[in-house]
Design a protein around this ligand. Structure first.
Ligand code: SF4
Length: 190
């Protein structure tokens, strides 16, 4: 137990052990988003700020949906420039707007094996990149039509996620809520 002075010079007791930091691990729940009432509940106040090491674009298999493909095509690409393999994997878990969804691995460069859209260490389709890229290094667990849990992705533990006393989970969850709302609006008119 430590004794500290507050702004009025009064002695306050401060128990360091009472402040717990989240243990960063794959699958850790960052918080929950309630889409119908636009609210956020933080479970673990982690800190994340992308450091552009592009490990994710280089090493991970990026899943793209039919909506991602269509959005990229609208911006001037052909389907063969987006995916190599047109046999989809069917995701059976609850997804954003359906109970199952077809996903395809994004096309990769022949020699480097990095994502085909990675140019000079930058995403060349940043403004319309796949939904999975928008929310990475996080993943969603859809609980019901209005409730989504945000978890640290299990594919790889991104080095830019930190456990500090100064977390920015609120901002992270707000951004992800925005991406989900955008994605759902896009899908609804399709
Ligand atoms: S689409 Fe862009 S953000 Fe997604 S993996 Fe490829 S380069 Fe990275």
């Amino acid at each position: 137990m430590e004794l500290l002075l507050n702004v009025k010079n009064e002695v306050i007791k401060f128990n360091r052990m009472a402040i717990e930091l989240p243990v960063i691990q794959q699958g850790l729940e960052v918080g929950t988003i309630q889409l119908d009432i636009n609210t956020i509940e933080i479970k673990n106040n982690i800190y994340f700020n992308c450091d552009n090491l592009i490990e994710c674009c280089s090493k991970l298999i990026i899943p793209v949906t039919q909506y991602d493909i269509e959005r990229i095509e609208i911006n001037g690409y052909e389907d063969y420039q987006i995916v190599d393999n047109f046999s989809p994997v069917i995701l059976k878990s609850k997804t954003l707007t359906a109970n199952s969804e077809k996903i395809y691995p994004i096309k990769r460069m022949p020699y480097t094996n990095t994502c085909t859209f990675l140019e000079d260490n930058l995403c060349s389709i940043h403004d319309f990149k796949p939904f999975a890229c928008r929310i990475y290094p996080f993943a969603l667990e859809v609980i019901d039509n209005n409730t989504v849990k945000v978890l640290i992705h299990t594919d790889k533990l991104c080095d830019a996620i930190k456990s500090t006393y100064d977390g920015n989970a609120q901002v992270i969850l707000e951004h992800i809520m925005g991406y989900i709302n955008e994605e759902m609006s896009y899908r609804i008119v399709r």
